[in-house]
Design a protein around this ligand. Structure first.
Ligand code: GAL
Length: 424
């Protein structure tokens, strides 16, 4: 089962070594292990390309280790279920992907991860990682994973040619402007909003933005602190806006995953797409050009707010190839590893010393926004809620969406119950 996933054999190590110029004996202990398995949901396109960038650095440094990449697509929805069954059966991979925040907290509280604090000290990461990340990562004074990036969830993407055709001349900054532009697309015979309903999470991602855009950062954070009610007036307004936006979506969205929905925008069939910045990496891996084929802005109603998430790698308790895993984590935390990964993954580095000359104009602007914007966590990508909350939240959104987005009061109750499920 574990071996059915595709493998990257270290035979490419010599080439990668020449590319990176790294020494082949960076971690002597790792040489005792002959294989290493990671678990991610980066199986295709820009996501796979980003991961491969980091794998190349690893195989150059650890040429005798066979790299096994157990990847399953879909923003973690399926991957996390498979991971859970492996962890429950005490058959962990050597390292797995987990979002910084409450998602990671789940594994920490479950006693499933090793404490990596000493690695932070020996590698000097306590000084070079973004301070806000270190703060979120620290659980009772200890750190249990290595963040490889920071993604932005609240990004609006569109195709300049389609916008011009519809008379949309600038990025909508407010929800009112957004709805006015959706009308313009409609009049021009273009679907206003590209939706991906397969697996529920991308519609839940849209809701996460709409809640933030409709009620502002303080009230939004209150949803996860218990000070904003899920059945109160702020959520009711947000759900009305959500309902209104969904009505501008494409038909048949239930069959589309996010890369397919994104293609509606780049091919001129849809106006706007609200998606995390991995979309840009995906399009570039398809050969499209930023600025010409697609462009971006902060999602309407959230200008000046950075809704963030961060992917990190862990060391599970009982990892069969622990030394190989530690060598991997060292690559994950290194400047070389992060600068090989992030420009292709469409994210900014989790370190403060990234070589920005390797990053495109979108990522340079994201990097500037990260240091000046108000930071707010993503719900769908693990910051605000644990796995139980996220699963129930996405299921509630799926039910509402597949039911034709009609029953807002019932939806609010389901979202309130999802929040409670996270506390149970
Ligand atoms: C997120 C993940 C991103 C990207 C996205 C879409 O959960 O953090 O790195 O993979 O899913 O697949």
């Amino acid at each position: 089962m574990r071996r059915s996933s595709f493998r990257i054999v270290a035979a490419v190590a010599a080439i990668a070594l020449a590319v990176t110029g790294c020494s082949s004996s960076s971690d002597e202990a790792a040489n005792e292990d002959t294989e290493f398995e990671i678990f991610t949901w980066w199986a295709f396109g820009g996501e796979a390309a980003g991961l491969q960038g980091m794998i190349d650095v690893y195989t150059a440094q650890n040429p005798n280790i066979e790299f096994i990449n157990a990847a399953g697509a879909g923003a973690g929805v399926n991957a996390k279920a498979v991971l859970k069954s492996r962890l429950d059966a005490n058959e962990p991979p050597d390292s797995f992907q987990a979002h910084v925040g409450m998602e990671l907290d789940d594994y920490v509280r479950g006693g499933q991860l090793e404490d990596l604090t000493s690695l932070y000290v020996s590698e000097g990461w306590d000084k070079v990682f973004q301070a806000d990340l270190i703060k979120t990562l620290t659980v009772d004074g200890k750190i249990y994973s290595v963040p490889v990036n920071i993604h932005r969830a609240n990004v609006l993407w569109w195709n300049p040619a389609t916008a011009t055709k519809a008379g949309v001349t600038k990025a909508p900054e407010t929800l009112d402007e957004f709805f006015a532009d959706l009308e313009k697309f409609k009049k021009a015979g273009v679907t206003g909003l590209a939706l991906a309903g397969k697996g529920d999470w991308a519609i839940a991602h849209l809701l996460d933005w709409m809640l933030l855009a409709s009620m502002g950062a303080d009230k939004f954070e209150g949803l996860y602190k218990g000070s904003t009610s899920w059945t109160g007036p702020e959520v009711a307004t947000a759900l009305k806006n959500f309902q209104k936006a969904l009505a501008y979506g494409n038909k048949g969205a239930g069959n589309l995953d996010w890369p397919d929905a994104g293609k509606l925008v780049t091919s001129g069939k849809a106006g706007f797409f609200i998606m995390g910045d991995w979309a840009s990496a995906q399009w570039q891996s398809d050969g499209l050009a930023l600025g010409t084929d697609y462009t971006f802005a902060a999602a309407p109603g959230t200008v000046g707010v950075y809704q963030w998430l961060s992917d990190s790698f862990t060391l599970p308790v009982s990892a069969p190839h622990r030394n190989a895993a530690i060598a991997w984590l060292k690559v994950c935390g290194s400047q070389a590893g992060q600068d090989a990964f992030n420009p292709k993954k469409g994210s900014i580095s989790a370190r403060t010393d990234a070589d920005l000359s390797k990053y495109d104009d979108y990522l340079k602007s994201a990097s500037a926004d990260w240091s000046k914007d108000r930071l707010v966590g993503s719900t769908v990508h693990g910051v605000n809620g644990n796995n139980a909350h996220m699963a129930a939240y996405s299921a509630a959104v799926g039910k509402y969406f597949s039911g034709g987005f009609k029953d807002n009061a019932g939806f609010a109750k389901d979202l309130a119950a999802a929040y409670e499920a996270g506390k149970a």
